[in-house]
Design a protein around this ligand. Structure first.
Ligand code: IMP
Length: 185
């Protein structure tokens, strides 16, 4: 069970789309000429972001997914990162772009980057939609970041709270309404 909450818009769908165009332009420039790019989405939070991002990348791309566990249904990050679903593709000698929804403490990304680097890709970069630098516990940064946000719990555009709200077209912050939302009966 979750406590009652409302969602306040933080980043509009329009702002996200505009930022993705910028990111894709930079990424396309960085990897210009390659035919060995594999874009790796971290499930489940990145599924909408990766879908929009790859459609703006002007290069041949392969898409693959990896699922690492970090959050249960709680709002606390656990430090133990487990791989629940591994890649289908071999990435040795490939150009790898990891696509993450949010870099929070950094534990998930740190673990995933180390794992993928051990497989000897030619290049490995990270594109994260959101970054919460105030929460960082492991010194790691994405190569490209969509938006830096304050220490707020956010949902929407693929990102969940207790598996809900992934389908919101914008990014919103969760605000708990204890004891009752304003205007509620
Ligand atoms: P980290 O290992 O602490 O960096 O956590 C990264 C993962 O935690 C993200 O990929 C998200 O799945 C989840 N996460 C971090 N912050 C939030 C949030 O504000 N809302 C929902 N999920 C979050």
């Amino acid at each position: 069970m979750t406590k009652p909450y409302v969602i306040d818009e933080l980043i509009s769908a329009k702002a996200i789309a505009a930022r993705i165009e910028d990111l894709a332009r930079q990424i396309s420039r960085h990897y210009a000429g390659t035919d060995k790019l594999v874009v790796v989405g971290l499930l489940r939070g990145s599924f909408i972001f990766i879908a929009d991002l790859v459609r703006e990348i002007d290069l041949p791309v392969e898409v693959d997914f990896l699922e690492a566990s970090s959050y249960g249904n709680a709002m606390e990050t656990s430090r133990e990162v487990r791989i629940l679903k591994d890649l289908r593709s071999a990435i040795e000698g490939r150009d790898v772009l990891v696509v993450e929804d949010i870099v929070d403490t950094g534990f998930t990304l740190h673990h995933v980057v180390n794992l993928l680097k051990s497989r000897n890709p030619a290049r490995l970069e990270v594109c994260a939609l959101l970054d919460k630098p105030a929460r960082r516990e492991v010194p790691i940064r994405a190569t490209w970041t969509g938006f830096e946000i304050p220490d707020e719990f956010v949902v929407g555009y693929g990102i969940d709270y207790a598996q809900r709200n992934r389908n919101l077209p914008f990014i919103g912050k969760v605000r708990f309404t204890d004891p009752a939302p304003e205007g509620a009966a």
